[in-house]
Design a protein around this ligand. Structure first.
Ligand SMILES: Cc1cc2nc3c(=O)[nH]c(=O)nc-3n(C[C@H](O)[C@H](O)[C@H](O)COP(=O)(O)O)c2cc1C
Length: 313
């Protein structure tokens, strides 16, 4: 018998831990719907802003190899109204989260208000962490992130995630956010860096922007360490993201303390079918080990809620 892959976060039930993370492939509904049909439990829109001011268009804006991805794609061109219109259709396939930039805290209020008067998403993700836009436009402050969270809180009862990056995790700030119950989950991590990759055939950087946010397998050990660390100090649920491309990666994230995971680079490179492959492999794991998937959450920290052996095997 396949055991249960279900995960809960607050009052939201996810049929499994897999979420398509925010990015270029979630600018429009097609890729998210295919991902949900393939097996993802939820999808997250591209990060939205009320005012889509002119931003530089870099070409190429993405470079990847087997180890990592670099990107400087910060177009975010889809207007909020697009999602207002499309959410009902996407919801027929699974859960939908709307990502909002924390750069302008008024956006959280305005965007949540727009959805409130139409159809609300299942949850929100406040993004204050893209390493590349931090380089171009300056780092977003915790003050701004907190205002964004409380502005959204004042408008909606839906769960609100806060998306961090390894570059901006400050324990005392997170403790304050937890104490005030501003966020229902911490999402770790957005891209880190930025980094650089050079094409040795041309002697030039691969990206037109030279630098780009680093994502993919290379960041996974760093994100895992950070989740393992934060999990020991805070109670807010964690959504792990960074370098996941297999069910083994998902299990590592769950065992380190994540309640859910997001996948971006691997889906961008391999397509939406990756969700079905990972979901099937997780089903096989839960069946072979006779466990509900949620029972492994945080087991690496507890060295034995389920016995030393399960975690050490
Ligand atoms: C091309 C690209 C665009 C992205 N755009 C966004 C974005 O708009 N908002 C956001 O919160 N994260 C964005 N991300 C970050 C991803 O959602 C994810 O946090 C990060 O890539 C780490 O996960 P991964 O290793 O599975 O890709 C983007 C990543 C890439 C590669």
């Amino acid at each position: 018998m396949v055991k249960n892959l279900e995960m809960t976060l607050g009052n939201l039930v996810f049929k499994n831990p897999l979420i398509l993370g925010s990015g270029t492939i979630t600018e429009r509904k097609e890729f998210p719907i295919k991902s949900l049909d393939s097996g993802a439990a939820a999808v997250i829109s591209r990060t939205l802003r009320i005012k889509n001011e002119h931003r530089p268009l870099f070409r190429p804006s993405v470079y990847y190899n087997d180890h990592y991805m670099l990107n400087s794609d910060n177009q975010n061109i889809t207007p909020v109204n697009y999602w207002v219109e499309e959410i009902p259709e996407i919801k027929k396939h699974g859960l939908v989260g709307i990502s909002i930039s924390a750069r302008n805290p008024a956006d959280s209020s305005d965007i949540a208000e727009i959805f409130k008067t139409n159809v609300e998403p299942d949850f929100y993700e406040i993004n204050f962490s893209c390493s590349h836009s931090a380089l171009l436009y300056g780092k977003i402050s915790y003050k701004s992130a907190r205002s964004s969270l409380s502005n959204a809180r004042n408008k909606t009862n839906k769960p609100i995630f806060l998306k961090l990056s390894l570059d901006n995790i400050v324990l005392d700030e997170l403790k304050g956010i937890e104490k005030e119950e501003l966020a229902d989950a911490f999402v770790m991590s957005n891209s880190i860096g930025p980094g650089l990759a050079i094409n040795i055939k041309t002697g030039r950087p691969y990206l037109q922007s030279v630098y780009g946010g680093v994502t993919g397998p290379a960041i996974k050990p760093f994100v895992l360490r950070s989740i393992y660390d934060i999990k020991q100090k805070l109670d807010t649920p964690i959504v792990g993201v960074g370098g996941i491309s297999s069910s083994d990666d998902v299990l590592e994230y769950l065992m380190a303390g994540s309640s859910l995971v997001e996948i971006y680079s691997a889906a961008h490179i391999k397509g939406p079918s990756i969700f079905g492959e990972i979901k099937n492999a997780l089903e096989a794991y839960s069946k072979n080990n006779n466990v509900d998937l949620k029972s492994v959450i945080g087991c690496a920290l507890e060295g034995g809620i389920y016995g030393e052996e399960r975690c050490s095997s």
